[in-house]
Design a protein around this ligand. Structure first.
Ligand code: NAD
Length: 360
């Protein structure tokens, strides 16, 4: 796989490529689709084996953003940026790299807008916003954490999936395993505890895991004590539960892990949960209901998209995010009628919306 082959085979709109000589960083801005509006998506900073791998990631993620915005019916297009760094870059070197990256975004004159993603912090986004006006989620130098919004959307998605799988969305006593207790997993676990679920927590960072368990477990006898459990990361895929919520890393649903799963539902925030397109059908064949990741994890994008349009009222934002559950109700119903994976029904929904806007 090389840069030329990747670009030739992509069905997106354009790729902006820049090599940052002072740091040895390849910068790719993948612009996938502009049907619904300006390509908008996060900026990811990480190390890759090769520049082509970074570009591939940017293209994949940009396509995912087209799907995410369309599924949420918001007026943005799919785009994503990757800064493929040769290794950790900190301090002044990082700051000047981010400034140069901001200038690149600014040079597109509104052709791309960006926010936080893996490897970027609120502080990084504030630095980027010093050289470009096209940063979303930045207000008076302060960045909003998308995690709680995303968690609210995952919670709505999870309830919808439980309704479809079990006939009602009562969570009291239901064992629900949350893998990854970071910015999304932790607030999701709080929602689940509040709803009375039996929450199984798992994180490779033991300190983070124990801290959250202590917080949730100390919220009063009625709420969580006795209903929390810690699951070692190596046992996650073999642990019986009703719902498995992947909120850590991607590619966790594969032909290696799916046969081991002992759950009825998979709904989480992680991007790219399916290790291959076949994984969706494998889940369906096993009778495991899967909520497509780009729909379940759209809460943060929805909130940021609406805030860009001047909506700040939390209740309005929350109500819009909760509609993720309504969209999934329809997707699960269509998928059940056709005896297929919800992934297929979700893609048809996205295509319908893009076609409607493309023709309009
Ligand atoms: P985060 O970095 O804050 O938290 C991730 C957590 O997962 C960390 O605590 C980490 O220790 C843990 N972890 C890593 N590998 C693990 C493993 N193998 N098993 C168990 N735990 C593991 O990230 P986040 O912002 O909470 O995002 C979680 C996932 O959701 C990511 O895939 C991200 O791309 C996706 N996502 C996040 C948002 C958001 O609003 N933050 C929005 C959409 C999608």
């Amino acid at each position: 796989m090389d840069l030329q082959t990747l670009i030739e085979s992509w069905n997106g709109f354009a790729v902006v490529t820049h090599f940052d000589a002072p740091t040895g960083t390849w910068i790719f801005i993948a612009l996938h689709d502009r049907t619904l509006g300006r390509p908008t998506g996060g900026t990811r900073i990480r190390r890759y084996e090769s520049p082509a791998e970074g570009l591939n990631d940017a293209m994949h993620l940009a396509t995912g953003m087209t799907h995410k915005w369309a599924a949420a019916d918001l007026p943005y297009g799919g785009g994503k940026a990757v800064l493929a760094v040769p290794g950790p870059i900190q301090g002044e070197a990082r700051e000047s790299l981010l400034h140069r990256y901001g200038e690149l975004v600014e040079s597109l004159k509104g052709g791309f807008a960006t926010g936080e993603d893996l490897g970027t912090t609120p502080r990084d986004m504030a630095t980027i916003a010093e050289t470009t006006q096209y940063v979303i989620g930045a207000s008076q130098g302060q960045m909003t954490d998308p995690g709680p919004f995303t968690a609210r959307g995952v919670f709505a998605a999870l309830r919808s999936a439980v309704r479809a799988a079990y006939g009602d969305d009562e969570l009291t006593g239901r064992p629900i395993l949350v893998q990854g207790l970071g910015d999304v997993g932790a607030p999701l676990a709080r929602h689940l505890v509040d709803a009375g679920a039996r929450v199984l927590l798992s994180d490779t960072d033991e300190q983070r895991q124990d801290k959250l368990a202590a917080e949730l477990g100390s919220e009063g006898e009625e709420s969580a004590d006795g209903r929390l459990e810690i699951v070692p990361p190596a046992e996650v895929y073999d642990t019986p539960c009703d719902v498995f919520a992947p909120c850590a890393v991607g590619f966790v649903l594969s032909d290696q892990t799916i046969p081991r799963l002992q759950c009825r539902v998979v709904t989480g925030s992680a991007n790219n949960q399916l290790a291959s397109p076949e994984a969706a059908d494998l889940l369906h064949q096993r009778g495991i209901l899967y909520a497509p990741d780009y729909i379940a994890n759209g809460g943060g994008a929805i909130a940021f998209g609406m805030m860009e349009q001047g909506v700040d009222d939390r209740e309005i934002l929350f109500a819009r995010i909760d509609k993720i559950g309504d969209a999934l109700d329809e997707i699960f119903e269509e998928a059940a009628d056709r005896d297929e994976s919800p992934v297929r029904a979700a893609l048809r929904r996205v295509e319908r919306i893009l076609e409607r806007e493309g023709n309009g």
